[in-house]
Each structure stands twice: as C-alpha cells, then as structure tokens.
Design a protein around this ligand. Structure first.
Ligand code: ADP
Ligand code: MG
Length: 453
C-alpha cells in the first residue's frame, strides 16, 4: 500500500519538470488527489474553470506521468466536488504496483527547491548581510562563518537562502554531504528512532550517523525544536560533534538566539559564530523581487501592477508573491489580462479585509492637488482656467487608469461631470504623455506618489 499523498507527490515531481512554473503553481498544484478507482486516478478541481483548463492542456501529461510511475493506472480524470458523489470515500491509501526506478519512496536525499538560488535572491539593504554570509558559507562550508545563525520575521527569505546554499554546494562541491531539515523533522525522526530502538538497537545509531556524518547541516525554524530532554541532548551532541570537526552548521529562526526558549548551553552555542538578521525589504527591493518572480512566471506584469502589489505587502515577501500569483491566476481563470486594473482589483478584493488602505479616487485627487498646489475644491469646481483644468484632467486620467470604477462614478466625483468628459480627459492626457515629455514626467511623479504611500 502506498499513501495517496505519496502517489500524488510522485506525479507532481514528474510533471513539474515538464510544465512552466506558472502552469504548475496555478493549475497542477491546485488539484487534489481523491483516489484510484478502476485503474483511473481521480483528481479534484475546485472550480469548473480549473477542470476545463487542466482537461484541455495537461491531462495527457498527467496520464503519462502517472502511468510511468504506476504502470497499472492507465487513466486520469479531473472531477468537480459534486461529481464525486458517486465515489463513496476519499482514499488515504491505495494498493497499486510501482515502477521501482521511477518511484521516490521518501525523498531522503535532500532535494532543494530549484528556484531558491542565489541568482533568484534579490539583495537589498535589508538582507545584504545575510545573503553575503550565506554565499560565503556556500563557497567554503566549515570556514569562518560557523555556526551561522539567521533570523527574521516570516516570509523574508530564510528558507530560500538555506536552499540557495544547498543548491550551490550541490553544484560546486558535489562531494559534500548536505542535509537541510526543519527542527520538527529532526525531532520527529529522533522520536521515531528512539521508539524503534526498543526493537532495533541500531535505530538510534543510524539516526546519529545520518546527522553526524554530514559536511553541512542546515536546520530551519529552530524555535520549534522540541524542548524535551532527549531532543535537546541529542541535538547538543550533534551540534558539538559537527562543530568540533569543522563541519558547517546553519540555523534559522524567527527570533535571535537570546530570545529562544531553550537551555542556555545551546543558546550560547548558536551565538558562537555569526548572527545575521533580515529585515523587511524597502520599496525598491520589493519591486525588484516582484520583477524577478514575474520573469520566472514568464509574465510581463506592468510596473503599475507591481507597484500596487509592493504597496500592499510591506513586511512579508511570501505574501507579496502570493498576491502576484493571485492576480495572474485570476486573469487566467477569467480569460483576462493581468495588467487590466479591473482584474487586479478583483484579485485584491478577494485578498482580504486586512488591507486598510485601498487606493481611492480621493487618494489620487489628493496627490494631484498636492503636486500642483491647488485645493480639492478647485479640482472639483467648474473652473476652466488652465492651472486647474490641466491637473483635473490628469486626476481623471489617473482615476480611469488605476481604478476599476465606472466612468460615471468618476464623473460624479468631479462635480457631476458627464462621462464623456472623463473619456476626453483620458484621451488627451494619454496623447500628451506620448508627445510631451514634460507631461509624461508629471504624470509619472504623481503616480509614484500615489502608489508609494
Ligand atoms: P522565511 O523562511 O523567512 O519565512 P521564505 O524563504 O520561505 O521565508 O521566503 C518566502 C518567499 O519569499 C519565497 O518564495 C522566497 O523565494 C521569497 N523571497 C523572500 N526574500 C526574497 C528575495 N530577497 N528575493 C527573492 N525572493 C525572495
Ligand atoms: Mg522558512
């Protein structure tokens, strides 16, 4: 018997290398395995659109991948929740033969996330120290930065950097044995070994050998190391053995060593080498990260959209990436364009209520008024002199460009003007942006102000 998840993970690994990252993230990985019935592997899609897209584009690939690893499974079906009614239970385990050479039992040798490389890691003020020491460690494990301790809030790149070290070492020092693990996994394995030790005296020895024979040990999220005597004792000895043998240790945590609730002798050891922290990235770095992610997605996302995203997520890169994903997948699902503001705003709306500051027409008008040093009253008045009419047209243009609201609403805001006035303003300003570099610069400055707040 193999676990359904194991089956699915094997298929995913097989498929992953054959589709674009975007297709993988947006379509394939959103399917859920249900079970194997009559030699057919059933997958669940949450929406009809996903079902259709997968059926049209990826079904043959899924079929091939599945049958390569599980020769008796000859078909794949994607179903919706309501179509599952006939299938009585969701299976946790399935009984199918596997092709030995293709099946990965447990993914024991550490596999590093392919995209988590130094090349894909954008360096800015907030993370340059951490990136530099990680690179130095990857180039010369067991050198002068040992142990290396990195801490930061969530979603700021710690795990990415650990995998980057792993990928680098694997490529440049393939002879070095490297393990990446989380403190939870370490704890679980240890507990498992201790339990098995009752029957098999070699079990704990195997565990020890595994961890104490490496050249580079990376442990992620050390704050979750079980605070029990056995675990701490075992970890302490692993740490010491490796350290004494000049093997490299890299440890990550969501807080600095002195704040970790763990016995003192370990805390002081964590702090024995180099400690580096990562801070939330500044606006420019966030934009650069988004550009990199968009390129990896083969998506040409406009600067306006990137700025809106960067403006929304200031303290967590994972969240920011999630928002980019959401916008692109939203566009794909509705068959729209991810640079279309109405798609963007729809995705943002779904994204959540914790977004205090939604870009509003007020914000646009305020920024424009400030820029041209006029008041809001003047802006929405009937005055037609150029000093006011021009900024007004720019504000109308920006409202049209950046907000998903109807022309009529914009007209209402500007003192009850007809929607054709808004269209006229938009046309005239877009024309001027093309022909007059002065106007282009002004519009850009105001946009910067609006989107950077
Ligand atoms: P942490 O482990 O600190 O919680 P992760 O390493 O999981 O954070 O990072 C979350 C996501 O943000 C990952 O997809 C990672 O690739 C991305 N990320 C974070 N910082 C950067 C950066 N400087 N450049 C590129 N991607 C980044
Ligand atoms: Mg992490």
């Amino acid at each position: 018997m193999i676990k359904l998840n194991q089956l699915w993970n094997n298929v995913l690994i097989e498929v992953q290398s054959k589709v674009s990252t975007l297709a993988y993230d947006v379509y394939i990985s959103n399917l859920e395995p249900v079970g194997v019935y009559n030699d057919t592997f059933i997958l669940l899609a949450q929406t009809p659109a996903l079902k259709r897209l997968v059926n049209e584009n990826y079904k043959e690939l899924l079929k091939l991948a599945t049958s390569t690893i599980f020769p008796t499974i000859t078909d794949v079906k994607v179903l919706l929740e309501k179509e599952l009614a006939d299938i009585e239970k969701i299976e946790k385990e399935v009984d199918v033969p596997v092709s030995k050479e293709n099946f990965l039992d447990s993914i024991e040798q550490t596999t590093f996330v392919e995209n988590y490389t130094f090349d894909n890691f954008i360096v800015g003020k907030s993370n340059q120290h951490a990136a530099a020491v990680c690179k130095a460690v990857a180039e010369a494990p067991g050198g002068k930065y040992n142990p290396l301790f990195i801490h930061s809030g969530v979603g700021l790149g710690k795990t990415h950097l650990l995998h980057a070290i792993g990928n680098y070492v694997k490529k440049h020092h393939p002879e070095k044995k490297t393990i990446y693990t989380t403190s939870e996994k370490f704890t679980n394995e240890l507990i498992e070994a201790v339990r098995a030790g009752a029957k098999d005296p070699d079990a704990t020895k195997k565990f020890r050998n595994k961890y104490r024979s490496v050249d580079l040990l990376m442990i992620d999220d050390i704050q979750f190391l079980a605070n029990t005597e056995v675990t701490l004792e075992e970890f302490f000895h692993t740490f010491n053995d490796l350290y004494m043998a000049n093997k490299q240790l890299v440890i990550c945590s969501d807080r600095p060593p002195k704040e970790i609730n763990i016995e003192e002798r370990l805390r002081t050891r964590f702090a024995m080498g180099v400690i580096s922290s990562i801070n939330p990235p500044d606006f420019e770095t966030r934009i650069a990260i988004l550009q990199k992610k968009a390129i990896n997605f083969h998506a040409q996302v406009s600067m306006d959209v990137l700025r809106i995203i960067a403006d929304r997520c200031k303290t967590n890169v994972r969240e920011m990436e999630g928002l980019l994903n959401r916008i692109i997948s939203q566009a794909m699902l509705v068959g729209g364009d991810y640079n279309d503001m109405s798609v963007v705003w729809q995705a943002l709306e779904d994204y959540g209520d914790n977004q205090k500051e939604i870009l509003s027409i007020d914000k646009i008008v305020e920024a424009t008024c400030e820029y041209f040093r006029i008041t809001k009253e003047m802006m929405v008045s009937k005055k037609k002199n150029k000093e006011i009419a021009f900024p007004r047209q720019i504000a109308m243009y920006l409202a049209r460009e950046l907000l998903p609201i109807p022309l009529e609403s914009i007209g209402d805001y500007f003192g009850g003007r007809h929607h054709t006035t808004i269209m006229y303003a938009r046309d005239i300003i877009s024309e001027q942006i093309k022909t007059n570099s002065n106007t282009a610069a002004q519009v850009k400055d105001i946009k910067d102000k609006i989107l950077k707040r």
